[in-house]
Structure formats: C-alpha cells, structure tokens
Design a protein around this ligand. Structure first.
Ligand SMILES: [Zn+2]
Ligand SMILES: [Zn+2]
Ligand SMILES: [Zn+2]
Length: 240
C-alpha cells in the first residue's frame, strides 16, 4: 500500500482489520491470503466500478483530499466530479451485476437430518447451513477444531475469539454449553510425559503441563500464533 501511494500509515491496520473481519482475506502462518469471497467480490467490483477500483483512483483521491485540506481545492466541485460517474456505475451495477452465491463444502453433517452442511455467509458472519435448506433449517456455528481432545469430556477442543474489541483467542470445548472446559492458552496435542494431563503453549518456545510443573521446549511447528498475550495470566471470563 505504501509503495503504491494508497492509504496512510494510520489506515493500514484498520484496512487489513476490515479485510479480515469481512473474510475477504484470511491469515495463514502470519501471511494474508485472499478468500474465494474476496476474489469474487474483487472481480465483480473491478468489472462494474473500473473508475473506482484501481490504484490510480485511490492515490489520486488522497492527493485531492490533501489539496482540499491545504485549502487549494474546493471540496464541492471535487465531490461533484467523483459522484456523477460513480452514481452511473452504481445504477448500472444495481441493474446488471449477477447475484453470486458462495458456499463452501464441509465434512460436517446436519444434526437434524444428517445431510451435509455448507458454509454460508450471513449478516452476522460465516455459519454452517444444512444443504437441505429450506426444508431443513439446521445451522451450526463454524468450529475451528485444533486437533486436541477435551480432557473433561473427550469432545473436540475449538479455538474461539472473545467478542468485542481485542478479540483475544481462547480455547473451549465443542460441546459447550454441555461442557464448560476453557483455556486462555492454546492446548497442544501431546499429553504431559510426567502425568499424562493436558499441556498448553505458554509462549512461542515453551509448552507446559496444566496439572504438574512439567515444561519443555516446543517443536519448530509449535506456536502458530505470536505470543502476544502477556497480560492474560489468569483465566478471563469470556462470554459467548
Ligand atoms: Zn438438515
Ligand atoms: Zn469437553
Ligand atoms: Zn503433567
């Protein structure tokens, strides 16, 4: 963004936050990748809003805004030049842009009718919906399984994110609310070699037992998340 003269240092982080929040991109090993949704949306917008969806427009707009803020350019004529063509493009898109349905297959089945479930994107984000819809209205939240078994009930442990600002990750049981197991550090698949209980990732390099004092350095692949949770010493009550 900096290279192309778009955005401002203060807008880089919020821009990336919006892209992640709307699931236009996803983070894998601390790099960003576009999702199918993001690619489809970008293709459609580029086709229907060629004047706006290009880097020259964004960079040019920011130069014009700077000119306005320096008092060299009136904002009314500037907006007028932008809005006329934009309104035409918007009218055209409203009429002829195709309505795209994006569904991702999953290996989950519906609890109600055992048909396979697909991931859909609704107003409140991504969720799993039964392929029997509209006959079956079964839905499930998307569970981010981490491949570790719940020490309390044998269910799958899943990664969740606290609501609201911060959005700190925490780990709970997929059988919540029936099982209320919760951890604010990431559980690891290998049990403690001393006592056989659950171990968690303490920081990038260390895993520790949740029951005894055993600690060991974790393998190269151990921590996928940066250890930026220094104040999260105690288990915080994270409502869902
Ligand atoms: Zn169903
Ligand atoms: Zn459990
Ligand atoms: Zn132990």
């Amino acid at each position: 963004m900096e290279e192309r003269g778009i955005g401002r240092p203060s807008t880089y982080a919020p821009t990336i936050g919006t892209l992640l929040g709307r699931y236009y991109v996803e983070r894998k090993q601390s790099r960003l990748f576009p999702t199918t949704l993001g690619l489809t949306l970008s293709d459609l917008l580029t086709e229907y809003f060629p004047g706006v969806m290009n880097l020259d427009f964004t960079a040019g707009m920011e130069e014009e805004l700077d000119a306005v803020s320096r008092g060299e350019r009136g904002w009314v004529p500037m907006l007028g030049e932008f809005y006329g063509p934009f309104r035409d493009a918007l009218d055209n898109a409203t009429e002829s842009m195709p309505r795209v349905r994006l569904e991702e297959e999953t290996d989950e089945v519906c609890d109600d009718c055992t048909k396979p479930m697909v991931i859909k994107i609704g107003r409140f984000g991504r969720f799993m919906s039964c392929t029997g819809y509209p006959d079956c209205k079964g839905t499930k939240p998307i569970l981010n399984k981490i491949g570790v078994v719940c020490p309390d009930c044998g269910g799958d442990l899943v990664e969740r994110r606290a609501r609201g600002r911060g959005g700190r990750p925490f780990w709970g049981c997929s059988r919540y609310p029936n099982c209320e197991f919760i951890m604010n550090r990431k559980p690891v698949p290998n049990p403690c070699p001393e006592c056989g209980k659950l171990m968690v990732q303490m920081n990038r390099n260390t895993v520790a037992c949740t029951s005894c004092s055993w600690q060991e350095s974790s393998g190269a692949d151990g921590a996928s998340e940066p250890a930026g949770t220094s104040q999260a010493e105690e288990l915080v009550g994270v409502g869902d």
